[in-house]
Design a protein around this ligand. Structure first.
Ligand code: NAD
Length: 352
């Protein structure tokens, strides 16, 4: 019997090669006339062109958004917004540029236009995060959801394989967990499965540099679907583990997700058979966990925690912290199970 709640956010999605050129008309649709443009270092050239195209609607810019959205960067960005009477924020780049825009929106309520250049998926969610000292404050607020998202696959041309692979598998993790989430529903499952399928179909060619427009578009379309999955699904053991070991031992975000995902999937294999079937179908693989692991290997992404510099003696502590407070997961989370999962992830063993 169908019985569910599916909550969606309203956003206008403009998708296609070259669509970044439609930024000025999209800004007009929002009735904005004083735009702050934020970009990551790699997207400076795209931001330069966007600023030229915006003409008199351009008001100010921030170059080189950095990781983890430091509080002081948000404070100085909000000052800049006020000094220039900005009425809209354009973020061109990955999760870091979009993260600063979200920090501004949280403080000022300004609309965001996001132009993502990675597969992270932040542009589709109401999740914000701001780092302060050692810690990070996170929350959810509809005000940070971009009003318009321009997905232009051409922007991912500069993304090297070693960034694209982990970025995509990190995105895929949102769909994997959406498929066995406590609040899973048929709409979310359809989005999540399509996200995995589309990302996996385009990713190998993106990573080896041979991607044509269709493959590049498929990868970004998959990332869009995975972002949609993250927007509404509750997350389970995979995200809990990545949060704990990434935060405690300062491991790189996307690479940590890439390594843990096959093992977290394997952990849930018997408790979430429908999710496993959907993931296997999407990857055209015999097993969900094996399929994810093989994809990571195929695109040259890391598959062993030991290669990220994590010391093996930290695994006991990681297992303790990750099982310290209860949360929903299809298979109950226990210390021994998590410790075994971490051992496999540490050594980079293919899930059997
Ligand atoms: P990022 O924005 O820091 O980008 C990673 C690196 O890739 C940067 O050095 C950037 O300059 C470079 N880069 C970006 N696009 C490029 C391109 N097209 N070509 C070449 N280089 C490019 O990080 P990210 O991986 O996009 O996102 C990860 C961050 O986003 C994490 O901090 C994570 O917590 C956050 N995130 C937030 C949400 C959310 O919903 N709030 C969702 C996913 C991720």
């Amino acid at each position: 019997m169908l019985d569910f709640i599916y909550q969606a956010f309203q956003a206008r999605i403009v998708f296609g090669p070259g669509k970044v050129s439609e930024l000025p008309s999209e800004i007009q649709k929002l009735d904005a006339s004083a735009v702050l443009v934020i970009s990551t270092g790699s997207q400076r050239g795209v931001a330069d062109a966007a600023i030229a195209a915006l003409g008199s609607s351009f008001a100010a810019r921030i170059d080189g958004a950095v990781m983890h959205v430091p509080r002081e960067n948000v404070v100085s960005a909000v000052d800049l917004v006020r000094q220039n009477s900005c009425d809209c924020v354009v973020a061109i780049g990955g999760g870091s540029a979009i993260g600063i825009a979200k920090g501004i929106a949280l403080e000022t309520g300004l609309p965001i236009v996001a132009v993502p250049s990675t597969y992270a998926g932040s542009e589709m969610t109401d999740i914000w995060g701001i780092s302060e000292g050692e810690g990070k404050v996170t929350g959810r607020d509809a005000v940070v959801v971009p009003k318009t998202v321009i997905y232009d696959p051409d922007l991912t041309r500069g993304l090297p394989g070693k960034l694209a692979g982990p970025s995509a598998i990190n995105a895929m993790a949102h769909s994997v967990e959406a498929l066995y989430a406590q609040n899973r529903n048929p709409v979310l499952s359809m989005i999540a499965e399509e996200g995995i399928r589309s990302l996996a179909s385009g990713l190998p060619a993106v990573c080896d540099g041979s991607a044509d427009n269709d493959q590049r578009g498929a990868a970004l379309y998959g990332a869009f679907m995975c972002g949609l999955a993250l927007a509404t699904a509750t997350m389970g053991i995979h995200h809990k583990l990545c949060h704990v070991i990434g935060g405690t031992f300062q491991l790189p975000h996307a690479e940590t997700h890439t390594i843990i995902l096959p093992h977290a999937t394997h952990y849930n294999r018997d408790a979430a058979p429908e999710a496993m079937a959907a993931i296997s179908r999407a990857l055209n693989a015999d097993s969900a966990a094996g399929g994810i692991f093989d994809l990571a290997r195929k695109v040259g992404a890391p598959t062993a925690l030991k290669d990220l510099g994590l010391a093996e003696e930290n695994l006991d502590r990681a297992a303790e912290i990750a099982t310290g407070s209860p949360y929903y997961n299809p298979r109950p989370v226990n210390r021994d199970g998590v410790r075994a999962l971490l051992d496999d992830a540490y050594h980079g063993r293919r899930p059997a």
